[in-house]
Design a protein. Sequence first.
Length: 229
Amino acid sequence: MSKHNYKNTDWLNFRVKVFEFDNFTCCSCGRSEPRVVLQVHHKLYYSDRELWQYSLDEVETLCRGCHALHHQKIIPRDNWILTQIIDLGETTSKCDFCNKDIRYEHHLHHPNYTPMISGSKCVKYLTDNSRQSLREINQYKSALRRFINSTKWENTHEGINIDREKNHIYIMGNSSSGYKIQINDRHGVLTFLTESQAIERAFLYFFFKLKKHKEPLVIKPSNILNFGK
């Protein structure tokens, strides 16, 4: 597949077809031209296909801002969820957002971005509820622990798998090559260093669905699970 075919007639015609299918509206924020610049987002890529050789289920219309956010070129400023607070005793860590020295690590997860750590000030602007209680954090940790320690996990020659809420979850890989996530026939993008990291990331998909988060991990049923790049 050629990497740069944006002037190709087939691509330009396909681009318009996608926009028409989505009524010239961003599938994420709902805005349309001329308020925003629209772009075609491929939910996944195949090395043997050109940019226009995809079905309409495999692409969607996004505005330039949402497209950049989706590919993690822009750090989201809201919809983060606080999962853990750690007191280091001293200012030995740094905030991933403002780069200031911090003592209290606030561990944050986002449905469309990699996990990050913030300080006490930045967390107030990033979470939906800056007064999120320790009870909510403990609920998350308890649910995660049950998921990790579930007796329904099965070992295969490729890794481990489990059925949850009518979905089949695969954690594939090993300690040398890393671990990847697959839910049904949808593949995650990130490679994780440990199996437990991959399991927690898979758990977040169901946790956000349960919490009815404003920006769910899967916007449409046909979307690929994008765990970041």
